[in-house]
Write a protein that binds this ligand. Structure first.
Ligand SMILES: [Zn+2]
Length: 397
């Protein structure tokens, strides 16, 4: 007998709470090619959900990061799975929120809905001294999972580095080598706990950094900085000193509605560079000419219409395979499901086999996205675990 579970969940996203935290260090994309922004008009009104994997890089003795069973410091009330869900939720809250661009001052640029978000696909733990340290090796080669359809996020460590910061591998929509490596999140978490600081401070630092790096992978560049994060335009003293505006035509993100640093500085007599620092642009109306763009380092999340269109154009084009809607176009069968995979996808989804009971147990918190129906055969969910079945529409583009 077939059992159907048709449960539609509406995800209610609320605007994220901004908090005080120091500015993260510089990230960089490795692109050396010319900046390419798609001019194709995309369906920005169609919500696009992008699959992500989160990888915890641990020391070989299973210390030094969030773990499967605890927070890495022995607290079982928090663990790597919970942080992975919190990180995804923080990013989705801030994808559900847009704000008016601060620059150019006095602009009337539309504030559009972003309509993209993330789905946590799986969580991996890697006890391995060789990959524990930030860019000590190339983790994407040995540890990445499903690189052609999931963005891989690596959380690693660096000695004597104290701020959440990261690296994005590429902005190319046609690349399947898409990963971001991010450092010292766990270290910042430990400091947050040790000082009893608001947990939002830690989440804002880690969440903003991860969202910024993922949005590089979706095709965006810094708007007032070079790829390596240095201010532009530059002179021998960075940023350029008063009265000396330098126009570097290569310092441009390709979007006409995000002003260059040169354009902003021309308007203020070359007195103020728009890269003003972490949260400098937030809440102070007298502090003008400071970028609050997600792709700069202000800790804020504004995106322009061109930037939003670029993300959607890439997701409709070369990056379509990364979308949830593309993952529910084929029938699938699973004899068992569970961690490290968090999310499962299919058009018709069969779970459980005659000879093998599919069990969802321990603290597993799973999601099944399906386009037509789910059939459960020989299936069990323990009282400590959960599973949600979510109806999803295949891609409409
Ligand atoms: Zn960046």
């Amino acid at each position: 007998m077939k059992k159907y579970l048709l449960i539609i969940f509406q995800i209610i996203l609320t605007a994220g709470v901004l908090s005080l935290q120091s500015q993260p260090n510089r990230c960089l994309a490795d692109d050396t090619a010319a900046i390419i922004i798609s001019k194709k008009t995309a369906a920005t009104d169609i919500i696009k959900q992008v699959r992500i994997n989160i990888h915890y890089m641990l020391k070989s003795d299973n210390t030094g990061n969030f773990r499967m069973e605890d927070d890495g410091d022995g607290r079982t009330s928090y663990d790597g799975y919970k942080f992975a869900f919190d990180l995804t939720q923080w990013m989705n809250n801030n994808c559900a929120f847009n704000e008016k661009l601060n620059i150019p001052t006095g602009n009337t640029i539309s504030v559009l809905d972003k309509n993209y978000s993330f789905i946590l696909d799986a969580v991996y733990y890697w006890p391995d001294d060789l990959t524990y340290y930030y860019q000590s090796t190339t983790p994407a080669v040995s540890k990445s999972k499903n690189m052609d359809s999931v963005l891989n996020i690596f959380l690693s460590h660096q000695d004597n580095h104290y701020k959440c910061s990261g690296y994005a591998s590429t902005t190319s929509e046609s690349s399947k080598n898409k990963f971001t490596e991010n450092r010292v999140y766990w270290y910042v978490y430990k400091g947050n706990r040790a000082t009893n600081a608001p947990f939002d401070w830690f989440m804002h630092s880690a969440g903003h950094n991860t969202l910024h790096e993922l949005t590089h992978l979706l095709g965006l560049y810094h708007t007032i900085m070079y790829n390596d994060g240095s201010s532009c335009p530059v002179t021998s003293s960075t940023p350029s000193s008063a009265g000396t505006c330098i126009n570097d035509p290569f310092c441009d993100d390709g979007c006409d509605d995000t002003p260059t640093a040169y354009e902003v500085m021309l308007s203020n007599g070359c007195n103020k560079h728009p890269q003003c620092g972490w949260l400098s642009s937030n809440g102070d109306p007298t502090d003008i000419d400071c970028s609050n763009n997600l792709m700069d380092y202000a800790g804020t999340v504004a995106l322009s219409p061109c930037q939003i269109n670029t993300i959607h154009a890439n997701l409709e084009g070369g990056m379509k395979t990364y979308l949830l809607c593309a993952a529910v176009e084929e029938d699938v069968s699973y004899c068992d499901i569970g961690y490290p995979k968090v999310s499962y996808y299919g058009k018709e989804v069969n779970i459980g086999c005659t000879a093998n009971k599919a069990t969802v147990s321990n603290k597993e918190n799973l999601f099944v996205y399906y386009a037509e129906n789910v059939e459960l055969l020989n299936f069990e969910v323990s009282s400590t675990a959960s599973i949600e079945f979510i109806l999803e529409t295949p891609c409409e583009f």
